[in-house]
Design a protein around this ligand. Sequence first.
Ligand code: ZN
Length: 119
Amino acid sequence: MTDSNCVFCKIIKNEIPVKKYYEDDKFLAVFDIKPISPDHIVLMSKNHYTHTSDMPNSDWQEFILKAKELAETHLKEIEADGYNLLINEGEAAQSMVAHRPHCHIIFRKMDDGIKIDPR
Ligand SMILES: [Zn+2]
């Protein structure tokens, strides 16, 4: 299930070149083309869902566990000090690609100066 106008679906179909971090039958994780930190991965479902609420709960469970697994694995690989997991729904929440949910995994170093301010 893909959307021919969706940037993430094009990435999944290898129509847009990206640096991949992880791929299986259900999920793809790539390095963000506009990274917030030096290591910033975006995990996406291979199925296109326009809204977070469209994804079945069973897929949600796998999705969030995959985000945790990749975050913990890459944290050790690059010896980062921490990470942020961000899932945004809707343009009001600065989610500009309507392929949701997708999860930003943003790796952090102590005192890296990056401000992520969820308030
Ligand atoms: Zn899509």
